[in-house]
Design a protein. Structure first.
Length: 306
């Protein structure tokens, strides 16, 4: 599935060099098909790295994807220039009159705060409310998943005594769910967070279904009857993302644990071992196919009318 991006977006050159199918805007204009419109609300401070990670995974199916990068108007990013954001990102006010086949809400490094203490919480609530009637399927990642479950369903988060960081084994609990179609019974996924969800809170809500969990990392994938998908881990992470976070926390004097099951022999001086890439690709392909492409109307303006 080629992802349509601006010709001069830095991610374009990186993904092209990796043989990922990305399509420039100028080439896409010559194709007479309706692409899937996917909005990415990028809350991560590492904007470019997150763009590359997500676009890499969206570019693995046979339908064109038109990506709209979205930023928070109520928050000033400190790790990237305003010129970059103005060039490649839109605010919610600039897109709220449109419909989207899919939307991705990323994680954010604010999980130790109460939701209402986050400076852009009111704006995020408005976006999440809007997504119910204007997006066919919304995929929530890590803190974005916890925020979505709290806002839509009142599911609380709980602080952990120490950060969950590493690559953890998970079990598929509902193999009939399309989001895990083709998954092995056991699979690996990265986690990196200071809070968790409790399965009992989710199970009490009849509109939510726990699709997979980990004995060590807890609840992992949840789907709702509103075609929402919530994932507490980071399938999108690159090989060295956890290594970068570990070194960052070390330099900040946080005395972090070495990420579990990540470095060869659990030795941070050795290379990480990638064991999640296959299921990561399958997860995003399943979301695009079964939750977006198979569910969205041909006329995009009909989203929310059913």
């Amino acid at each position: 599935m080629p992802v349509k991006v601006p010709d001069d977006l830095p991610a374009f050159a990186t993904l092209s060099s990796e043989n990922i199918f990305v399509m420039s805007e100028s080439r896409a204009m010559s194709q007479d098909i309706r692409p899937l419109k996917i909005a990415i609300l990028n809350l991560m401070p590492t904007k470019v790295e997150t763009e590359i990670q997500l676009l890499r995974l969206l570019g693995n199916s046979p339908v064109q994807v038109d990506v709209e990068l979205v930023k928070m108007a109520s928050h000033e990013s400190k790790n990237i220039s305003s010129e970059y954001l103005d060039r490649f990102y839109s605010t919610f006010n600039e897109i709220k009159d449109q419909k989207f086949d899919g939307m991705i809400i990323t994680g954010a490094p604010v999980e130790t705060l109460e939701y209402e203490e986050v400076d852009y919480w009111d704006e995020l609530e408005e976006i999440m409310d809007w997504s119910v009637d204007n997006v066919t399927s919304t995929l929530h990642l890590c803190w974005g998943a916890m925020a979505g479950l709290y806002h839509h369903y009142g599911i609380p988060k709980y602080p952990l005594q120490s950060k969950v960081s590493g690559i953890f084994e998970h079990r598929v609990l509902l193999p009939s769910e399309p989001i895990v179609r083709g998954f092995d019974d056991r699979f690996f996924m990265p986690h990196s967070r200071h809070t968790e969800l409790h399965a009992d809170d989710i199970s009490r809500n009849p509109h939510l279904h726990i699709v997979s969990k980990s004995d060590d990392a807890g609840v992992a994938i949840i789907v709702s009857e509103k075609n929402q998908v919530f994932i507490t881990g980071h399938f999108e992470y690159d090989k060295y993302t956890l290594a970068y976070e570990f070194e960052r926390d070390l330099n900040a004097g946080m005395n972090p644990h070495v990420p579990c099951n990540y470095f060869e022999g659990d030795d941070p001086h050795r290379d990480p071992v990638v064991r999640w890439r296959g299921h990561s690709t399958l997860f995003f392909t399943n979301w695009l196919n079964y939750h977006v492409y198979q569910e969205t109307p041909f006329n995009i303006d009909d989203i929310g009318k059913r």
